[in-house]
Design a protein around this ligand. Sequence first.
Ligand SMILES: Cc1cc2nc3c(=O)[nH]c(=O)nc-3n(C[C@H](O)[C@H](O)[C@H](O)COP(=O)(O)OP(=O)(O)OC[C@H]3O[C@@H](n4cnc5c(N)ncnc54)[C@H](O)[C@@H]3O)c2cc1C
Length: 390
Amino acid sequence: MQDVDIIIIGAGAAGLMCAVEANKRGRRVKVVERAAKVGQKIRISGGGRANFTNRYVSNGDFLSDNPRFCISALKRYTPGDFIALVEKHGISYHERDHGQLFCDGSAQQIIDMLLDEAGGVGIQTATNVMNVAKGEHRFTVETDRGSFTAQSLVIATGGPSIPKMGSSRFGYDMATQFGLKVIDPRPGLVPLTFDADTLAALDGLAGISLEATVTLGKVRFTEALLFTHRGLSGPVILQISSYWRQGDTITIDMLPGADVYQHLKLAKEKHPKKAVRTALAQRLPTRLAQRMVEWADCDGRLAETSDKTLRLLAARINAWRITPNGSEGERTAEVTVGGVDTKELSSKTMQAQSVPGLYFIGEAVDVTGHLGGFNFQWAWASGYACGQVA
Ligand SMILES: Cc1cc2nc3c(=O)[nH]c(=O)nc-3n(C[C@H](O)[C@H](O)[C@H](O)COP(=O)(O)OP(=O)(O)OC[C@H]3O[C@@H](n4cnc5c(N)ncnc54)[C@H](O)[C@@H]3O)c2cc1C
């Protein structure tokens, strides 16, 4: 039985950051990781370049049952703090739309940086946790490669999305074991799918991408939309998917800022002999324009098409109401929405209110960021907060 000060289960973004900070305080840290390598999700993130943070972070960029919970940790560890670390390690990076920061090279640089910062910490990979128990003052973690005891136990096992990468529900199981509530987990940042009839109506559109505004209740995003063979994807759909629940209808504006009816009406007055699809293709990709007029059953000349039909066609482009039949699910979701209920945790330290010494950080907690580097910023910030005290 090895005795340490802190056991961290999970060597992902949050667990590694926590290890770095606790190590700086001179704490004896043991990290236990199930996978053969640390930081697997960092490695594949941002298309292999890791969108490691976002310049503009506010609590409005996060979903949670308790939207103010994340504020304290995010204030104490900011994007600027992480950028300073990246710069200290000479990692070159660039900014894309909406303040998203990516490595110029490989995401592996971020993993190497964290491992370098955590120098001296015992990280044990390919290790399965068999049992966790709490005595009066210490936790005992039994694994298939030895047992450990510690005063503090940090659960940093992320969410269950992309199970083939070894993701697990371990964090939720731990919460349940210690009597903490878990907010129902569901896939987020995930493509949405359509039923067979809708797919037939959209046949041939897969691969088309355009800027669109998607609205669900009070939530609205404007980013790229992508037609797929099974439904819709692209950043704008991934963003809205985190808010979407089975049965919800989303509204899609495929020409934000343009009044399609006015455009068609004007075209009809000026060029009545023009085909409806040609007039529409001035604004939309040709294949999409063609499919939309076929779908609205108005593939003729403008002069032959009633204003009522033009209005219907325009409504399908400016305010297409569609009810997805599902999502691609955990298999491809970038994150899991929900997790350990934040009411159970201290927003300053991430410690469970009812179990002294037990901490939850990162994606395992009911804090989920929008697309754009926010999930990593939450992992860094919550790992940092915990690393100061655990
Ligand atoms: C394809 C993809 C791309 C992404 N791109 C971005 C991006 O560019 N920017 C961004 O901000 N976010 C991105 N994300 C989300 C981001 O990766 C996660 O939100 C973040 O990694 C969460 O950090 P974490 O430490 O909580 O969990 P993770 O990084 O998932 O780490 C959890 C660790 O715990 C280990 N573990 C799990 N169960 C056990 C167990 N029972 N015992 C021991 N160890 C266990 C796992 O193997 C893993 O190493 C992406 C996610 C995916 C899937």
